[in-house]
Ligand binder design. Structure first.
Ligand SMILES: CC(=O)SCCNC(=O)CCNC(=O)[C@H](O)C(C)(C)COP(=O)(O)OP(=O)(O)OC[C@H]1O[C@@H](n2cnc3c(N)ncnc32)[C@H](O)[C@@H]1OP(=O)(O)O
Length: 405
């Protein structure tokens, strides 16, 4: 028998478990003033805790949202926004027990998928999560003028903090979660993940909005870090881009033009961009823009495999029969025939075998089947089967989330 219990936290335990989470990530727990600003975002519902003698020793937290899947449908999603175990309780199965409870809680709540951003790549595969979107870190050295042929009639304006807090949530909604991998941002997401960072103690981020022919259609969030010193007084600052969302390619380009035009900047860094961000192509000298890293972004877990497979669309090719294994949610186990007309359970012989984390890697179209087979994640498939899987699962656009939680 374990010497701790795992259960839903109560409202009275919200702050204690938030502090525990922040400490597990080596941050400083919030002051009373900050807690007052973010506590509404940390309601007890959906948060699993582990307790020893009434004291919190672990937290696995989540909120409800939706995920856009290939074809444009959205599915209910549990967004796992905070996981931590107190340092004196690690490697004793606390996370495993919390993940088990949380996955079954997601089933009860009718979530079709769950997702998270992982602090380390070795933690979540065992719980059925696979890397389903990737993100690029871009660096643009200044000066980086745009090509003369880039014709951008839109305008960009900077917002005051209060205006940004009041207007960006509805602008994000209007821009729409148009790419596979994007998620809706529910109300509690904003105070903790957006508003706080505009505060002087939270990073002093600035917000720029793009206006196109149909009104406001994009925004960027950024802050500037001075790099000069008394030894190097002329050195320009670094402009750090935290968010860049746009409804149209023109709005995206217009925001890039603005970010690259700010004075006294030596370099513009943008983390968390889609891997197909077009900024380099807009420039007179494309080498001014470099991709300096590509990392895993969204880790996806299919909670209800039949519902998830049925929600997305597929390319045109002969069907393939997948045999899916799921260690933690056995109802998902079985064979599925995937075709351009949809998905059904079948008793037919399987064309390949894979675990549910690998299916999540294929699901949004981020990976090709060949490397997944090469690495042993897909078993039993011929080259012809792998080509069929690619033709069925491939999407026109690289999936991307663009929202941290
Ligand atoms: C979504 C997010 O919030 S990501 C943030 C995650 N949190 C952090 O990184 C904060 C610091 N770390 C922690 O709080 C803890 O170490 C956690 C939450 C990562 C792991 O909690 P634990 O209670 O130690 O995990 P648990 O004991 O259940 O381990 C389960 C298995 O995962 C392995 N594991 C756990 N953490 C790690 C890790 N960081 N790296 C590699 N393997 C790990 C364990 O060795 C164990 O393997 P086994 O089943 O083969 O024995």
């Amino acid at each position: 028998m374990s010497d701790y219990v795992v259960r839903q936290i109560t409202d009275a335990e919200s702050r204690e478990t938030f502090d525990l989470l922040v400490r597990s990530l080596h941050g400083n727990p919030p002051s009373d003033e900050r807690w007052a600003k973010v506590s509404d975002s940390w309601a007890a519902d959906g948060r699993t805790g582990a307790f020893h003698d009434g004291e919190a020793i672990g937290i696995a937290s989540s909120f409800a949202t939706t995920l856009t899947v290939p074809g444009g449908a959205t599915v209910p999603m549990g967004a796992v926004d905070g996981v931590g175990v107190r340092a004196d309780w690690t490697r004793r199965g606390v996370l495993t027990a919390m993940m088990d409870r949380q996955l079954h809680d997601f089933v009860r709540r009718g979530h079709v998928v769950a997702a998270l951003h992982a602090s380390e790549a070795l933690i979540y595969g065992r719980f059925g999560y696979g890397v389903a979107t990737r993100m690029a870190t871009l660096q643009v050295k200044q000066p980086a003028p745009l090509r003369e042929s880039v014709d951008l009639p839109g305008r960009v304006r900077l917002l005051a903090t209060d205006e940004a807090i009041a207007t960006i949530p509805s602008l994000y909604q209007r821009i729409d979660t148009h790419r596979p991998g994007m998620i809706a941002r529910p109300e509690p997401w904003w105070p903790i993940a957006f508003n706080w960072h505009l505060h002087p103690d939270g990073g002093n981020h600035r917000v720029a909005v793009h206006t196109g022919p149909n009104g406001d259609d994009g925004f960027a969030v950024f802050h500037v870090v001075p790099q000069n010193s008394y030894l190097d007084p002329e050195r320009g600052a670094a402009l750090e881009v935290h968010e860049l969302h746009a409804a149209t390619p023109e709005a995206l380009a217009g925001l890039w033009r603005f970010l690259l035009s700010v004075d006294l900047i030596e370099v513009v860094n943008a983390r968390g961009r889609p891997v197909d961000d077009p900024v380099g192509l807009l420039l007179v000298d494309p080498r001014r823009a470099q991709t300096i890293g590509v990392d895993d972004e969204l880790w996806l877990r299919l909670i209800d495999v039949p519902a998830a497979l049925a929600a997305r669309t597929y390319g045109s090719r002969e069907p393939v029969v997948l045999e899916v294994n799921d260690r933690m949610l056995p109802d998902n186990r079985g064979r599925y025939r995937v075709s351009s007309n949809g998905v059904e359970r079948t008793e037919d012989e399987a064309d390949l075998q894979l675990d549910v984390d690998t299916l999540a890697m294929l699901y949004l179209g981020a990976w090709e089947a060949g490397p997944l087979a090469l690495s042993g994640r897909i078993a039993g498939a011929s080259a012809e089967t792998l080509a069929r899987v690619d033709a069925l699962f491939r999407t026109g656009t690289q999936p991307w989330t663009g929202t941290h939680f």
